[in-house]
Design a protein around this ligand. Structure first.
Ligand code: GLV
Ligand code: MG
Length: 331
């Protein structure tokens, strides 16, 4: 099986496969990921054409370093097998993942995995390279989310699909991301988001928040995105170019936090070394750090580095606050 790579996914841009114009435009937008849709953004009669448009757009190239995903229809429809076969046979070498919506059981993920393996073998593609992104969009999917996350090494993300989910559980609201009227205590999404996050983290997957439909309200987008980012989610869908920058910003560490994390990593590496005295818990400036601080710093630093961030302070054991504004070579 192919080795899985960790892909940055702060912004996940939805692109309807029925629109060659949008498939083209997406190539130039600064989203970490595009997902080319054959599901709910495409009318039933337009699905055959959408498959063809997507294959053509992928083979033509131009998506740069973006993660290239295709969302197929869910396994309760008559379209899924043909979506997968047509897209992977037609453009498997220019594709990274298949997104499976409305996943309800681990068996559905295993079925997709088996189908992908067969297509890869029959077409000379590297077996196991294509990942699976599993959308949780109803109560049964959420109840089974642990097994879904563990169902295949291909699974890379667990995605919350709030619109379908709210409909499936009869939540009393029409506005995705906003609290249902009458629910005055707490956050109605908290349990769902945390449940998805726990399953993702327990099985080493990424957790992705779904869409925010008020596409002109970028402040609203930011507010809802920030909730998921604060909990630990890795990214969120964007439905409009105007949401891309907000997603990239919200899901990247702040510069101060990135600098701080880099400082902790360097200081901890130094103080635990022979030269630094083989220490465990140590002080950097007025802050005590230990192995757990190092782990937290690795998370922030990993996200920042994946986003291409550059540090602006460096570790200097000789300075009072352990910081230097110049890299060691230059000081
Ligand atoms: C996304 O697919 C959603 O249903 O929110
Ligand atoms: Mg949906």
């Amino acid at each position: 099986m192919a080795e899985r790579v960790l892909r940055p996914r702060r912004s996940n841009l939805a692109v309807p496969g029925s629109s060659p114009k949008m498939l083209e435009k997406a190539k130039g937008l600064p989203a970490d990921q595009v997902f080319l849709d054959i599901e709910d953004a495409v009318a039933p009669l337009a699905k055959p054409e959408a498959r063809k448009n997507i294959v053509a757009a992928l083979n033509e190239g131009g998506y740069g370093n973006k993660v290239r995903t295709v969302r197929v229809n869910d396994f309760t429809t008559e379209w899924t097998y043909r979506d997968v076969i047509e897209v992977v046979e037609g453009a498997g070498a220019n594709l990274d993942c298949i997104m499976l919506p409305k996943v309800q059981t681990a068996e559905q993920v295993v079925t997709l995995d088996t189908l992908l393996t067969q297509i890869e073998k029959a077409n000379g593609l590297e077996v196991g390279r294509l990942g699976i992104e599993a959308q949780i969009e109803n109560a049964l999917g959420l109840v089974n989310v642990d097994a879904i996350a563990a169902a295949s090494p291909r699974v890379e993300t667990i995605i919350f699909g709030p619109a379908d989910f709210m409909a499936s559980i009869n939540m009393r609201t029409l506005v995705v991301g906003e609290q249902p009227a009458g629910y005055t205590e707490g956050d109605a999404y908290h349990y769902i988001l945390m449940r998805i996050l726990m399953a993702a983290r327990a099985h080493d997957k990424q957790a992705i928040d779904g869409p925010y439909l008020q596409i002109r309200d970028v402040d609203g987008y930011r507010r809802v995105a920030d909730r998921a980012a604060a909990l630990g989610f890795d990214g969120k869908w964007v439905l409009h170019p105007g949401q891309v920058d907000a997603a990239n910003e919200v899901f990247s560490p702040k510069q101060d936090d990135f600098d701080h994390a880099e400082l902790i990593l360097d200081a901890y590496a130094y103080y635990t070394s022979e030269a630094g005295g083989k220490l465990g818990a140590v002080m950097i400036g007025s802050e005590m750090i230990d192995e757990a601080s190092n782990k937290m710093a690795l998370v922030i630093s990993g996200k920042g580095r994946a986003a291409g961030m550059q540090r602006t302070i460096w570790f200097d054991p000789a300075s009072d606050d352990a910081r230097s504004s110049a890299p060691p070579e230059a000081s």
